[in-house]
Design a protein around this ligand. Structure first.
Ligand code: 13P
Ligand code: SF4
Length: 304
């Protein structure tokens, strides 16, 4: 079946079966085109709650589908492709976090949204890359235990020097692949371009950036800027979307290694087959578990 034909069938099926499709900006353009909501992790978390449809397909990684279910427990939520996990979200388990909480009892536990639902049950507040600085600034405690991304944690520490952040080893293997030297080389190759990077990148990369922000932040910045050339320091799909959205501007990738294979695992046929009931995984959680995992997410929405 041709891509256009499959997209048309998806549009018909989702209407017939009362589905909405949420897609993170890291997925392929052909999925973005059939989605009801697209954006960064924060946008997806907030918009999932507002959608009138009874069923949700998440075209993103597992923690995003879990977050949608936690915020909309009355809806049926499917992860389009069950193999799409986020390695960073699985780097820490509840035993380790419980030990850390005992070691730092007077710290507020802040979790990047890229964590498992189980881990969220032990946290005070969640943040996303676009909301982290704003939310942590508002927390009424200067001592923050931040899990699991040390690179985002380092960026927050430098932006909010009045806060004391305890960081534990962890991070995104995709963004951490790019060295400060590679970023420097990309800037030398494109001296007229602005460097836009995600805070999941290494500190040596972030230090060289002209703008640091979430996936949506990077896209908005590039679309609104008067500049004409940009080096994109996040997953390569953002560069592809921007090339499509701003044909008069030039976009270069900071590194061709910036590929998240988990996000890339989600395909248009996965979405189609999910609508047919032949693919996808329904996210199931008990009411009690949802109530506990929801607290830090509600706090994120309240403070953000
Ligand atoms: P944002 O969408 O919040 O920028 O996060 C990027 C990411 O790595 C999601 O997994
Ligand atoms: Fe996880 Fe990194 Fe992929 Fe985002 S880009 S889903 S943080 S592995």
């Amino acid at each position: 079946m041709l891509v256009r034909e499959m997209q048309e069938k998806i549009m018909e099926l989702k209407k017939q079966k009362d589905f909405c499709i949420l897609a993170h900006s890291y997925v392929a353009r052909e999925i973005i085109e059939i989605a009801d909501v697209t954006g960064d992790s924060f946008a997806l978390a907030k918009e999932a709650m507002k959608m009138p449809q009874k069923n949700i397909i998440m075209c993103g990684v597992r923690f995003m589908a879990e977050t949608a279910k936690i915020l909309s427990p009355e809806k049926t939520v499917y992860l389009a492709n069950p193999i799409a996990g986020c390695p960073m979200a699985e780097q820490m388990d509840t035993d380790l976090l419980s030990q850390l909480k005992e070691m730092y009892p007077d710290y507020t536990v802040v979790a990047y949204i890229n964590t498992t639902a189980e881990l969220k049950t032990l946290c005070d507040v969640c943040v996303t890359s676009s909301s982290a600085v704003k939310i942590i600034e508002k927390i009424d405690n200067d001592k923050i235990l931040f899990i699991p991304d040390c690179n985002l944690g380092d960026y927050i520490s430098k932006t909010l020097p009045n806060k004391t952040l305890k960081l534990v080893h962890g991070g995104c293997p995709t963004h951490a692949r790019v060295s400060a030297n590679e970023a420097k080389k990309a800037k030398e190759e494109h001296p007229n371009a602005l460097l836009l990077v995600h805070p999941e990148c290494l500190p040596g990369v972030v230090e060289q950036a002209d703008y640091v922000g979430s996936t949506s932040g990077i896209m908005d910045f590039a679309m609104k800027s008067d500049a004409k050339e940009f080096i994109i320091g996040t997953e390569t799909s953002i560069e592809e979307h921007l090339k499509y959205l701003c044909p008069d501007k030039k976009f270069y990738t900071m590194s061709k290694d910036l590929v998240c294979h988990n996000m890339k695992a989600i395909t248009l046929p996965d979405v189609y087959n999910c609508l047919l009931g032949e693919m996808g995984e329904e996210i199931k959680m008990s009411d009690e578990f949802i109530a506990s995992a929801r607290k830090p997410i509600d706090e994120m929405i309240r403070l953000g």
